[in-house]
Design a protein around this ligand. Structure first.
Ligand code: NAD
Length: 255
């Protein structure tokens, strides 16, 4: 049997680290061409080196996902390089120091909305326009979070941005279900990645509250445990799954 993404092309944002990097690896192993986009050029160069065996099946590009033109250019680049795009994973995201609203200034709110939400809108809109234009459907996977479904796992801006990603995902799925486009979100629980590196001064209140929320977690997950779900959603095996949020948290939210 041929690998399940053979002949397909995927674009993955935040592809140089953590969950995104693991998705790139799984998609390559599944036979896809991948364009990994990230802000971190060094990490992209390291990725290209680590996966050198895939040679020209892996392309990397520096993109700030909060920049609309850069996100649209990223999709154009994948289509130019590989002849098509079949899957986009809008995955890049940042945290907010667990800031409750009274401690949050406008800069934090605006940054989180730009990087976690506007980015997903830009990538999804460009992908939908492209998919409609070529008339063969396509797959969109947005990395939301357990924080897109529950209130007690992040700060105000992070939580609001991820709830909005879930809403966008469901609306797109609903609007285009008759076109062969599928749009789903993955909602990881606590996962071992580099995302905490940016969390230098967590809010005391936010940390105390989140710790209560964390009590129900048995362990954190690995990026591989998250990327397995992304591979499933990208594949035809998930052909009837649309507008869904797939929680991957070891039972944390069931608590
Ligand atoms: P990570 O920090 O390891 O990887 C994120 C990548 O995104 C990094 O390589 C970073 O350079 C890149 N990035 C950040 N801002 C960017 C920008 N403006 N433009 C382009 N690239 C940018 O973190 P991760 O945990 O793998 O995060 C991936 C996604 O998973 C995020 O959306 C995050 O909110 C979500 N998530 C993570 C967890 C967790 O516990 N790690 C849980 C739920 C959801």
């Amino acid at each position: 049997p041929s690998p399940i993404l053979a002949g397909q092309t995927a674009v993955i944002t935040g592809g140089a680290s953590g969950i995104g990097k693991s998705i790139v690896q799984r998609f390559l192993e599944a036979g896809a061409n991948c364009l990994a986009a990230d802000l971190n050029e060094e990490a992209l160069a390291a990725l290209k080196q680590e996966f050198a065996a895939y040679d020209n099946k892996l392309d990397v590009v520096k993109v700030d996902v909060s920049d609309r033109d850069a996100v649209e250019g990223m999709v154009d680049r994948a289509v130019q390089t590989f002849g098509q795009m079949d899957v986009i994973v809008n995955n890049a995201g940042i945290m907010d120091n667990l800031l409750p609203i009274a401690e949050m200034d406008d800069d934090v709110w605006e940054r989180l909305m730009r990087v976690n939400l506007n980015s997903v809108m830009y990538g999804t809109r460009k992908a939908v326009r492209y998919f409609l234009d070529r008339g063969q459907g396509g797959v969109i996977i947005n990395t939301a979070s357990l924080s897109g479904l529950c209130a007690g796992r992040g700060g105000c801006a992070y939580t609001a941005s991820k709830f909005a990603v879930v809403g966008l995902t469901k609306n797109v799925a609903f609007m285009y279900a008759d076109t062969g486009i599928r749009c789903n979100a993955i909602c990881p629980g606590n996962t071992q990645t580099n995302i905490g590196v940016g969390m230098r001064q967590p809010s005391e209140r936010g940390m105390a509250k989140a710790t209560t929320g964390y009590a129900g977690a048995t362990r954190s997950g690995t990026p591989e445990e998250i990327s397995a779900a992304a591979l499933f959603l990208a594949s035809d095996q998930a052909g009837f799954i649309n507008g869904e949020t797939l929680t991957i948290d070891g039972g944390w939210s069931a608590y």
